[in-house]
Design a protein around this ligand. Structure first.
Ligand code: ATP
Ligand code: MG
Ligand code: MG
Ligand code: MG
Length: 562
């Protein structure tokens, strides 16, 4: 592609509103532009990267017998009402009405659509298993769209759904998917971990997230330094399973205190919905406020969760106190800037409170029955939210470290969560009607692009790995007025193209400084500079990743590059 004919609007300055490296460079190097909050256009270079990511994903999906389809982004409300998600999904689901006043959602995910599609078509176990996938634009009205493509409101996702007659069959496909995802993220050169995860709004039980380790990640993962063990520390409450508390603790439990409050009481007290209350509870401890956080509170994620369970809970803070100190309205605790002295209680306290096994004990010195070692025994592996940095790994191998992660992929065993309410059934080999057993598997294609962009760059610009680079070679004649340079560049351009290299040919009549700065920003794997030595048939080849430069004869280039 001749650079004079394409559209690569590079910027010299870093845009003020871009807060992470990938976002800044994607804008500066002319890969994307923001239309409005969380909504982007992909410019020619960005589109090419996206396409390459998609190709890798398609290859790996096809390799495990996934079949590509394309479902509608616009989905009738009735489907979402069948599963109840129309009511439970919340404001993240973009909703609209047609001219007849019928309600629709813009697809945030496609479990309902695909289940409705298959229930009318697949009636026998003989047609199972089946794995369908699509690569499609998704819409989610994120509370805080940010970090460019990493958290958009309109973004590209690969979502796959599998249908099975038996649990074993689902287990098999799930394993295949984990392998395919591992291949995808390895091929992309990402530093990632598959982590045990929380099943969130989609529902279901067994689930793993694929996390790219990165300082700007919004999730915190606990992983072993010596084994594959890794978990998202924000595990859902539903995964908690407590063993009977020890005898000694039962004693403590019996000590009823008048101020012990249930979560409903707290909710009434704070005048908020229980749902919201579960998200963020506020207590007052020793004249200080203590926030009790549940999963999903990304805004406060970067504050290290402190184990302050020994704290003495004096009383619940009053609504006014909370509002004054946090400078925000209760019930919309939104982006919270924690003032000095406000501590954070580990979120397992919430789980414990919710499960009715503890309460704020006014008389005692600690919250009753929340400390796993001290108060009760936790089933190994079941409640991973208790893990702290430096703990022994639950699999007995190595020590736990914490890291920030960007969730790039997510695989779920859904079971019959969707097929049951939607009557998605087939006849099994005994002629009995059974709901499909399902799995679902997502990859944020545009988020992956940003995660790669975040990882592969230096202070000059991108260092695209060749598998996703928008072009393989940047061909840069220094002076377009020099006939020898232009002739040699034209020849090289043709030669490389006929040998299947993707070449970006900077044929613009710009100053050398501008061309080199743009070339560094764009960051293609190989740059061929055609300068003064063109008359001798010599060019300079620079490997972006290592910075190595070579002087090669024009006719040697193909041999070297292949
Ligand atoms: P997050 O926890 O970051 O909000 P999620 O758990 O809601 O993500 P899933 O429902 O698991 O997301 O969707 C599958 C994949 O889609 C995610 O693993 C992620 O890669 C991608 N994704 C989700 N939300 C966004 C978004 N707002 N912008 C870009 N990609 C996204
Ligand atoms: Mg989300
Ligand atoms: Mg998530
Ligand atoms: Mg997820």
């Amino acid at each position: 592609m001749k650079q004079s004919l394409t559209f690569i609007p590079t910027l010299r300055e870093t845009p003020a509103d871009a807060d992470v490296k990938s976002h800044q460079l994607l804008l500066r190097a002319g890969f994307i532009r923001q239309n409005t909050s969380g909504i982007y256009s992909f410019l020619p270079l960005g589109k090419r990267v996206l396409h390459k990511v998609e190709t890798i994903v398609r290859e790996e999906m096809d390799a495990i017998n996934g079949v590509e389809v394309l479902m509608p982004a616009m989905q009738q409300a009735e489907l979402w009402q069948e599963t109840g998600r129309w009511y439970s999904y919340g404001p993240e689901l973009m909703r609209l009405r047609d001219r007849h006043n019928r309600e629709f959602a813009l697809g945030a995910t496609h479990e309902e659509v695909i289940t409705s599609l298959l229930r009318d078509e697949i009636k026998s176990y003989k047609k199972l298993p089946l794995t369908l996938y699509q690569i499609q634009t998704k819409f989610r009205d994120e509370k805080r769209p940010r970090f460019g493509l990493l958290r958009g409101r309109e973004f590209l996702m690969k979502d796959a759904y599998s249908f099975h007659a038996t649990r074993e069959s689902l287990d098999q496909t799930y394993e295949d998917m984990v392998r395919a995802y591992t291949n995808i993220f390895s091929r992309l050169g990402l530093n990632f971990r598959a982590v045990i995860a929380d099943s969130g709004a989609i529902g279901g039980k067994d689930t793993h997230e694929f996390m790219v380790l990165s300082e700007i990640g919004e999730d915190t993962i606990a992983y072993s330094d010596e084994s594959d063990f890794a978990a998202n520390i924000e595990m859902a409450e539903v995964k908690v399973s407590y063993e009977t508390p020890t005898e000694e603790i039962k004693e403590v439990q019996k000590v009823e205190t008048p101020d012990q409050k249930t979560i409903e009481q707290v909710a009434t007290f704070l005048n908020v919905e229980v749902q919201q209350c579960i998200k963020t509870l506020v207590f007052k401890v020793d004249e200080e406020l203590v926030l009790v956080l549940s999963r999903g509170d990304h805004e406060v994620n970067d504050i290290k969760v402190k184990n302050v369970l020994q704290a003495k809970v004096v009383e619940f803070a009053t609504e006014e106190e909370i509002q004054t100190i946090l400078n925000c309205e209760v019930g919309s605790l939104g982006p919270v800037n924690l003032p000095d002295g406000v501590k954070v209680i580990a979120d397992h306290a919430v789980a414990a409170i919710r499960n009715g096994i503890c309460g704020a004990n006014v008389a005692g010195f600690h919250l009753v029955n929340v400390n796993p070692e001290r108060d009760f025994v936790v089933n190994q592996y079941e409640d991973l939210r208790f893990i702290m940095e430096g703990d022994p790994s639950p699999d007995g191998k190595g020590t736990i470290l914490f890291a920030k992660g960007i969730e790039v992929g997510h695989v779920f065993k859904l079971g019959t969560t969707y097929s049951e309410p939607m009557n998605g059934t087939f006849l099994d080999n005994n002629g009995r009607s059974q709901p499909y057993i399902m799995g679902c598997y997502g990859i944020g294609i545009s988020r992956v692009m940003a995660a790669v962009a975040e990882q592969f760059q230096d202070d000059k610009g991108f260092i695209w790995p060749s598998v996703v680079a928008p072009y393989d070679v940047h061909l840069v004649p220094v002076n377009m007025k020099d006939d020898a340079q232009v002739t040699l560049s034209d020849d090289l351009y043709k030669l490389l193209k006929t040998n299947r290299f993707d070449v970006l040919y900077d044929d613009r009549p710009e100053r050398a400084g501008v061309k080199f700065a743009d070339s560094d920003l764009i960051g293609l794997p190989i740059r061929i500079t055609v300068g003064k030595k063109a008359v001798e048939g010599l060019v300079e080849v620079k490997i972006r990743k290592t910075g190595e430069t070579f002087e090669w004869k024009n006719e040697e280039i193909l041999d070297h590059l292949q």
